[in-house]
Design a protein around this ligand. Structure first.
Ligand code: ADP
Ligand code: TRP
Length: 328
């Protein structure tokens, strides 16, 4: 049972995911699976949240926002996050996040934010970038620093954002001459830093190259059959590299070796085997998710309980910061 006394000496872990589309196996192996492993290690007091205010930079349709938020909470529960052990909350339920972000806005400079990779990428695509996208790292710093976070498990692409949170904590503590904010560390697993998509590029919602995490067998089959096997020259001795790279997530290399030896050049047979293995892996989570979804109140209840707890903790840190500023 998750209780105050048992969690007193634990390190604090926090991570967020944006509700911007259907979760895929890249999200799972790159980030979400670690959330469950870290929860189960018992070493951390964990906070996982739905970063809906970050998603607002992309999702500007109320029905879509509600649906994607609800789906992500169900995804969290279906992969094995347990609301009795960890706090699963929604960013917009905790107004301290945006309040602290404003405070940070007043000490963070524009040239510093202009150096962020995500800003540079966004600006390269579209000069009319919104202020929310520009300020993205500031809100993310507030997310992290409000909870006295020690570690932030994320994919490689988020490393710079955690460094921004550290810099902002240091700057605040220095300006206001008080150790208010703790410096967080990123936690990144190298083995799964980048899961490839069905076209061989990084699997990403924005490239439409995903295998959805809760895909039906038909959807898995459709995605696997479209894995690119013949672009980029002859395959390694009849081994389709893109098929193998995804297969490795579901079976050990020792298990795969005889299969790929026996089926050199037989792409259809190898893809059939991959469909089988992905389906066997996903089925229990898919079934669990369908079962959870029958309870129409589950998402509301999980978020309501968590909001109470997260609000209390965030409020304490925000008050400490406001006192240091001299506004209370
Ligand atoms: P997407 O690129 O599909 O929009 P997100 O930006 O929502 O994914 O990422 C959510 C989490 O999943 C982040 O921690 C991110 O680092 C991780 N992640 C996303 N895609 C991959 C991938 N292809 N391989 C490994 N991790 C990934
Ligand atoms: N920026 C993260 C992503 O795109 C999501 C996120 C928002 C986050 N706030 C966070 C992750 C705080 C870790 C900690 O995936």
């Amino acid at each position: 049972m998750f209780g105050k006394s048992s969690s007193k000496n634990k390190k604090i872990l926090l991570s967020g995911v944006k509700p911007t589309g259907q979760a895929h196996i890249g999200n799972y192996f790159g980030a979400m699976k670690q959330f469950v492993d870290l929860q189960n290690s018992g070493e951390y007091e964990c906070y996982f949240f739905i970063a809906d205010y970050h998603a607002l930079n992309l999702i500007q349709d109320p029905a879509e926002m509600r649906k994607l938020t609800e789906e992500l909470v169900l995804d969290f529960l279906a992969i094995g996050l347990d609301p009795k052990k960890v706090t699963i909350f929604k960013q917009s339920d905790i107004s301290s996040h945006t309040e602290l972000a404003w405070i940070f806005d007043t000490i963070v400079t524009m040239p510093y934010l202009m150096r962020a990779h995500a800003f540079k990428d966004a600006e390269a695509k579209d000069k009319e970038i919104n202020v929310g996208t520009f300020n993205y790292p500031v809100l993310m710093a507030a997310d992290i620093l409000l909870y006295n976070t020690d570690v932030v498990p994320v994919g490689q692409d988020q490393k710079q954002h955690v460094e921004y949170a550290r810099d902002i904590a240091l700057k605040f503590n220095h300006i206001f001459k008080k150790e208010i904010f703790k410096l967080p560390e990123p936690l990144i697993l190298n083995a799964v830093a980048t899961v490839p998509g069905i076209d061989g590029r990084k699997m990403s919602k924005s490239y439409s190259n995903t295998i959805p995490l809760f895909a039906t067998r038909e959807q898995i089959s459709k995605a696997v059959m479209s894995i690119v096997t013949d672009s980029g020259g002859p395959e390694n001795g009849g081994i389709p590299a893109n098929v193998y790279a995804i297969h490795k997530l579901f079976k050990t290399e020792a298990e795969l070796k005889p299969l790929y030896e026996a089926n050199k050049g037989k792409y259809k047979a190898l893809k059939d085997a991959l469909v089988e293995d992905i389906d066997a892996f996903i089925k229990p989570m898919r079934d669990r998710r369908a079962e959870l979804a029958k309870d129409t109140k589950i998402v509301i209840n999980v978020l309501a309980d968590a909001a109470k707890k997260a609000n209390k903790i965030a409020q304490i840190k925000l008050e400490e910061a406001k006192e240091a500023l001299g506004v209370i």
